[in-house]
Design a protein around this ligand. Structure first.
Ligand SMILES: O=C(O)CCC(=O)C(=O)O
Length: 291
């Protein structure tokens, strides 16, 4: 078996074949996978029937696996590092599914996620795709004037309800406090590639220092720009796919466009990134952009 890397689309994504990720990786192979991760931002490994331990161990070879303490709603009871996203077989209302807006994982935390590793365990026959946007390309498409305007501006990101543990009223009160809105630079430098990238998505509701009209128009423009088809890869899931993506330079969205009587069972881990942003004290919670 020899490792091969084949592009999935022009803007981003590559499929890695010729490797069994259920076993510890040879260091040379691990480095090639890491280099492909930095170059293509989204990696696909097909036909990998992993145990939960193997899922966690594969990620650990690339970074620190998050304990997911801030996302109690989806935590697996025996594997706290794993979040379970499983639709109800009788149909789960579309608005309950996590990830249905363009976002980057943990953008609303002081340590946003470096990578996400999502496994498709039981996927619908058709639909339930996930789309990814290349945020380097979105940044590079801006005019020099707009790049100058964005430099130094911060977008305020709000976490969703998933971080609130609703098991008791006391826990709900406690956990709603642990993730206040976080202001993140709209333009960040990727710590490993050194490339500039836009850091904005639909969880970003306002831009610090701008009024609500300015904020909304600019955020809507940036989100729409990033979602242009020429910057996007659309993944059609098969059972036993594992996708590993770089949250520092991509956005993603779960389309939730499938027959609601079918199950969609996904499990994910995230790898911790580096500190970014600061707690935002203002909190006006504008409507924010919706594409
Ligand atoms: O289920 C998916 O396709 C993606 C889920 C997602 O967006 C997330 O977990 O952040």
């Amino acid at each position: 078996m020899s490792l091969e890397i084949g592009r999935l689309s022009y803007p981003l994504g590559a499929e890695i074949t010729g490797v069994d990720i259920s076993k510890p990786l040879d260091e040379q192979i691990r480095r090639r996978i890491h280099a492909a991760f930095l170059e293509h931002s989204v990696l696909l490994f097909r036909g990998q029937s992993l145990t939960r331990e193997q899922h966690i161990e594969f990620g650990r070879q690339f970074g620190e696996v998050d304990s997911q303490d801030e996302v109690p709603k989806y935590k697996h009871p025996d594997y706290p590092q794993i979040l379970v996203h499983k639709s109800n077989p009788n149909g789960q209302p579309a608005d309950k599914y996590p990830g249905k807006i363009w976002h980057s994982d943990h953008c609303y935390r002081l340590i946003p996620a470096m990578a996400t590793l999502l496994r498709g365990i039981d996927v619908p026959r058709v639909g339930g795709d996930t789309m990814f946007a290349n945020m380097y390309l979105a940044y590079e498409a801006l005019s020099e004037g707009m790049k100058k305007l964005l430099e130094g501006l911060h977008g305020v990101h709000y976490g969703g309800k998933a971080r609130v543990d609703t098991s008791t009223p006391e826990r709900a009160a406690q956990t709603s406090q642990i993730a206040p809105p976080v202001a993140q630079p709209l333009v960040r430098v990727h710590p490993e590639t050194g490339r500039k990238t836009l850091f904005v998505g639909e969880k970003c509701k306002e831009i610090e220092g701008l009024n609500s009209d300015e904020s909304l128009l600019l955020l809507r423009y940036l989100c729409q720009l990033a979602a242009r088809p020429q910057f996007v890869y659309r993944h059609r899931w098969q059972n036993n796919d594992l996708l590993m993506w770089d949250n520092r330079c991509t956005n993603h969205i779960a389309l939730n466009d499938y027959d609601p009587t079918q199950i969609r069972h996904m499990e994910k881990t995230t790898l911790r990134g580096t500190p970014s942003g600061y707690v935002f004290e203002g909190s006006r919670q504008y409507e924010g952009p919706r594409l």
